[in-house]
Design a protein around this ligand. Sequence first.
Ligand code: ATP
Length: 403
Amino acid sequence: MAKNEAKKIVFSETVETTDPELENKALQNTLEKMEQENTLLNHTLNRLEEESSMLRELFNNTNTELNNLKKPALLVAEITNIVDQNKAIIKLPNGNKFYCYIAKEVKNLVSGDSVLVDQKSLNIVEKIALISNSEVEKYVIVEKPQEDWKEIGGLKKEIQEIKEVIELPLKNKALFERVGIQPPKGALLYGPPGTGKTLLAKAVAKSTDATFIQVVGSELVQKFIGEGAKLVKEIFELARKKAPSIVFIDELDSLAATRMDTGTSGEREVNRTFMQLLAEMDGFKHLDDVKIIGATNRLDILDPAIIRPGRLDRLIEVGLPDDEGRAEIFKVHNKKMNLKGVNTKEIIANTNGFSGAEIRAMCTEAGFFAIRENRDHVTQQDFLGAIEKVRFDEVDDEEKLFG
Ligand code: ATP
């Protein structure tokens, strides 16, 4: 259409007309049309330019991505020494050290920096934000516990003992220095499952405002095959960094059981991890702000090395609660429950042999009985039903385990 218009102009210019006014008007018209068309063409041109720059950008991005995908991965390493501007010694995660070159564009490196290195040449090509040297925080639970002494039912004697062994040295170091004795490095809590060992350890961490580092012995040896000893080392490094801290090793027996022989590679691995644990315990001073609490259900199979003086030499038995203990635990767990017509004595008499965890489970079950019947309060009958259920579940679990 634009071409046609242009032709018309040429044509109209060559046409001879007798009326100059008419010709002027015709030319004016054509001019206006051409101007409109010009604006339209300008718009189209702009749009096409934008589109073209977008496509160019898309092409560039895809090209870069494609090139990146083709590139071999880079290794993450740590600088151990800067030799000079162009050379450094790096350590790879497997522990091997290399002398290598620093690319020109990488500046301001210092020992301890994390860097990316080329897989083949091992030259440093980029500095990256510091990666925590210890990966340990991913594998253990590190927290500031909220459990209070008030949340523990019974266990008066045990609380007293753990306060003496852990709380006093952490809170009043000077006292031990004045008297000139060395406080224990830690304690071993032993007793049946669910009796409140973890709870005691957490409560003492809370009362001393210590960082609580929880490790499960069986996980150390099963999940992290070949890494156990290294992890133990890193756990204690972390504990020192976050001091005052308490390292709580649950299921200590899976790590520190007496072994008949160390023939298989699995046993050797456990042994290495255990040796590292002993080395760590011996490595720090009594008055360091790091305490260790071990917990086990199997004191009988524990390697005596772990409870030798200077290690976990304070043994605290956490047994099944007696009538009074169960009543107190019951009180802790029913504190927020809406009870109606509940006879505590009967409940306590019926829960002989229950651990703290089972009493808690009984309270939860009783609550469920009430919910199922659309009530907002819990009755004696709910508790009696819950006791049966918890006892039955326990027998069921045992049958599943032992046939
Ligand atoms: P395990 O040997 O199986 O690790 P444990 O002895 O460490 O068990 P905990 O984990 O401390 O037992 O207890 C489990 C739960 O049972 C606690 O979170 C708590 O709710 C309840 N419980 C156990 N003992 C007591 C207690 N004395 N007072 C109040 N609650 C308790």
